[in-house]
Design a protein around this ligand. Structure first.
Ligand code: GLN
Length: 482
């Protein structure tokens, strides 16, 4: 019964009295207990909170009141978003027993729209990783092939949707962590424009690159969740005062109106060596499909793309080294026993953080240190501007840019854990959107010979999620019909 349920199915079934929010929540918990031991998507369940919310929805339905847009929809949240009274670990031992006193804005908005929060999802520690193997708790297995990674860092968020352990989930994306796991698990994942969704209550990794965004099985559901969580929040000074369109209504606008055709840019920089041939073929076929739908395909150039990974790993680690200074054993989480204060700081951080987090703190501290700042951090900021200008130029000519989401399909668990640089390359096509702040989405566009999912990535102008979603939806519908 719960399999292949969409957000609309849930709301309609509750409205029609065919099920209740409480029955549905119980059914999802039953599935999680049965199936998640082999997947590992969840770190914490919050049954009491979920059933209380489900009760409120069922009460409204019983009284014949109009139901909110996400009424009774079972959702789950990446464990980097704080939840009042519900343990939030960021995938780290340092926050193993951390119970936040407030809710992340995106979570509060989902709940206010009727969603039922089932629990918190596994992720790489502090969202640092591309395979979910950096979680301090346990790895996540890709539901499509359990010997493979689900991608990361929002691996639990993608796997939970793919395994239908939640109807929709939230993840965070600092360099690709929504789009890359969406691609690996065969679901839809969206990273909005920087400032589109509040980061209040998102545990900071790299503040100028961090984004909150949705995962779901279809583009329409992603549009619905985005509509719910987007918009100015007085608690996040970087959230933008830009009106939120009705993304769902916008989906139905035809791609080929009476005016000019939508232009889809294709940049050769995203199709170079290192791109798996089956991924290339699937993405090229998807672009061909967009052309058949009436889009005009236009070559564009993004000449600074080759500098994106080094730029990202300087900016991200620099910001992380500063953001993670707050975990000192005093204010949050784990505190080591020690005989004096500086030993307490040292042992708490040494015992609380994992290898990858320590590596990043060291890299970031180095890049920001006197004597190296100009050579690394300042230089990276300048290249970041050049990368942003590449997109500004390209978007003078096209409305959307199409690329592969990842160079390969999901790799095997263990395959890259001992080679951080190989792991970093998994983000080669995704980090640019974080550096430029533009929105990006990953939509399934095929499978390789081993039935592993492949993702098509689309980018759009700042705050033009409406066009991004519209193109993604048209493609998804055409693919389904084929
Ligand atoms: N994989 C990238 C990293 O390790 C991106 C992570 C993310 O987007 N949170 O930094």
């Amino acid at each position: 019964m719960v399999s292949a349920l969409t957000i609309d199915d849930v709301r309609n079934a509750i409205e029609a009295g065919q099920t209740t929010a409480a029955a549905l929540a119980r059914e999802f918990y039953r599935r999680i207990r049965q199936e998640d031991s082999e997947i590992g998507a969840f770190l914490t369940l919050c049954e009491e909170r979920a059933l209380a919310q489900a009760g409120r929805i069922d009460q409204m339905a019983a009284e014949g009141k109009p139901l909110p847009p996400l009424a009774g929809v079972p959702v789950a949240i990446k464990d980097v978003m704080v939840t009042s009274g519900v343990r939030t670990t960021a995938g780290s031992k340092i926050l193993e027993n951390f119970i936040p006193p407030y809710d992340c804005t995106a979570v509060a908005r989902l709940e206010a729209a009727g969603a039922v929060i089932l629990g918190k999802l596994n992720c790489d520690e502090f969202a640092m990783g591309s395979s979910n193997e950096n979680s301090a708790y346990h790895a996540v297995h890709n539901p499509r092939d359990k010997s493979r990674v689900p991608g990361g860092s929002s691996g639990g968020s993608a796997a939970a949707v793919a395994a239908e352990l939640a109807v929709a989930t939230l993840g965070s994306d600092t360099g690709g962590s929504i789009r890359q796991p969406a691609s690996f698990c065969g679901v839809v994942g969206l990273k909005p424009t920087y400032g589109r969704v509040s980061r209040y209550g998102l545990i900071a990794f790299a503040s100028s690159l961090d984004h909150v965004g949705p995962f779901a099985k279809t583009v329409k559901e992603v549009a619905l969740v985005l509509r719910t969580i987007a918009g100015r929040d007085p608690m996040d000074a970087t959230s933008a005062e830009v009106p939120v369109p009705d993304y769902v209504a916008e989906l139905e606008k035809p791609l080929k109106g009476s005016g000019e055709a939508l232009k889809i840019g294709v940049a050769k920089e995203y199709f170079g060596s290192g791109l798996d041939p089956e991924v290339r073929a699937a993405v090229e076929a998807a672009i061909q499909k967009l052309a058949e739908l009436g889009c005009e395909v236009v070559p564009v150039s993004l000449p600074h793309t080759e500098y994106a990974i080094p730029t990202y790993y300087i900016v991200a680690t620099a910001e992380a080294s500063s953001n993670l200074a707050r975990y000192d054993g005093v204010r949050y989480g784990f505190r080591a026993k020690a005989s004096n204060l500086s030993e307490m700081y040292r042992l708490s951080r040494d015992g609380g953080f994992g290898m990858e987090v320590k590596r990043r703190i060291m890299l970031g501290t180095y890049a920001l240190s006197a004597g190296y700042y100009d050579a690394y951090y300042l230089k990276a900021q300048k290249v970041r501007t050049l990368l942003t200008r590449d997109f500004d130029e390209a978007f003078k000519k096209v409305d959307v840019i199409a690329t592969p989401t990842c160079p390969t399909p999901a790799f095997r668990l263990g395959e890259k854990v001992n080679d951080p640089l190989a792991m970093y390359l998994a983000d080669i096509y995704t980090v640019t959107a974080n550096l430029a702040g533009i929105p990006g989405i990953s939509v399934p566009c095929g499978e390789n010979h081993e039935k592993l999912p492949i993702g098509l990535q689309l980018f759009a102008r700042h705050f033009d999620e409406a066009t991004l979603l519209r193109v993604a939806h048209a493609y998804e519908q055409a693919r389904k019909a084929a």
